[in-house]
Design a protein around this ligand. Structure first.
Ligand SMILES: Cc1ncc(C[n+]2csc(CCOP(=O)(O)OP(=O)(O)O)c2C)c(N)n1
Ligand code: SF4
Ligand SMILES: [Mg+2]
Length: 300
């Protein structure tokens, strides 16, 4: 008998409408493998509202509630409350939103749901811009990146918003980063989240070849290098305090991650040196928090 570490059962079908090599699509596939069919997805406006297909077609074999851009977290909270009123305490409700819908426009609803400790999973697939409407910069866009609203030579001048630390400051039961290049790790984190009650936040790094001007075949490679260069570290946090940082991943220079993406095509050595310094500072800060916070709960 074969012994796969990734569940074989597919809840995503062929025929979705994503571009070739879309990281967000792989992300959904892995998330559903972890959560299983007793899941309801709440989805605000984003690429995924298109990827899923026009009604009555759908690329996922679970119910999807399409909602307005700013309402993923409040709508998911309402769906969960409605299910509970009907006596269903088993179905998982997952808000599934892009970075624009999470870091920016849906942030108020997200912060409110986190503060109320709603019993939902909120997953943000982060492709680092408003892709569905034509690659506009969001607060998740990294410093130095080209987008249509940060055209050359005025590429994004501010660092990416640290949504992870902001959510950690809400002291929610569980939050984690994940990457489509590490499916075992990603599925383990969604499963861990599945078992915990209360607000859970998953921040999933999802390369977008269309918006990043990268080759569709390099999506997994880029996602891996983002982790290896510590641009996107793999971290978990329990109750806003107990950090666990994955330190076992071999490190590569951030230049290796940046170079295969057209959106970073005009970065100078000086720009890259600034990015490297920021990455080092953030990494040291994570390790400090891990040391200060003490060990995660025993069941982790
Ligand atoms: C209130 C509101 N403003 C703007 C839009 C237009 N809109 C739809 S999807 C989208 C981009 C979403 O970006 P993100 O959340 O990062 O998801 P992605 O498209 O990158 O997957 C925008 C601006 C909208 N639907 N509603
Ligand atoms: S634009 Fe990017 S995120 Fe959207 S479907 Fe295409 S590859 Fe995926
Ligand atoms: Mg986006």
């Amino acid at each position: 008998m074969k012994n796969y570490s990734i569940p074989e059962h597919e809840l995503m079908t062929a025929g979705h409408l994503a571009c070739q090599g879309c990281g967000a699509t792989q992300a959904m596939r892995f998330a559903l493998k972890a959560l299983g069919e007793k899941t309801v997805i709440v989805m605000p406006a984003c690429c995924w509202s298109v990827i899923d297909g026009p009604f009555p077609h759908t690329a996922v074999q679970v119910p999807v509630f399409h909602t307005a851009f700013e309402t993923a977290a409040s709508c998911a909270s309402g769906v969960k409350a409605g299910l509970e009123m009907k006596g269903d305490t088993e179905t998982t409700v997952m808000a599934w939103a892009g970075d624009g819908g999470t870091f920016d426009i849906g942030f108020q609803a997200l912060s409110g749901a986190a503060e109320r400790n709603e019993d939902i999973i909120y997953a943000c697939y982060d492709n680092e811009a408003y892709m569905n409407t034509g690659i506009q910069r969001s607060s998740a866009t990294p410093e130095g990146a080209w987008t249509t609203t940060t055209p050359y030579p005025h590429t994004k001048s501010h660092p990416k918003k640290n949504i992870f630390e902001i959510l950690a400051a809400h002291n929610i039961p569980y939050l984690a980063t994940a990457s489509v290049a590490y499916p075992d790790d990603m599925i383990a984190k969604f499963r861990r989240a599945h078992k915990i009650k209360g607000m859970r936040f998953l921040h999933v790094f999802a390369p977008c070849p269309t918006g990043w001007k990268s080759s569709p075949g390099s999506t997994v490679d880029l996602a891996r290098k983002a982790v290896q260069s510590r641009m996107f570290p793999l971290v978990e946090v329990w109750s806003g305090r107990h950090f666990r940082v994955n330190k076992d991943i071999p490190q590569v220079p951030v230049r290796d991650y940046l170079r295969d993406q057209g959106r970073f095509g005009k970065l100078t050595d000086a720009n890259i040196a600034v990015i490297e310094r920021e990455i080092d500072e953030r990494w040291r800060e994570l390790l400090r928090k891990e040391e200060m916070g003490g060990p995660p709960p025993a069941e982790a």
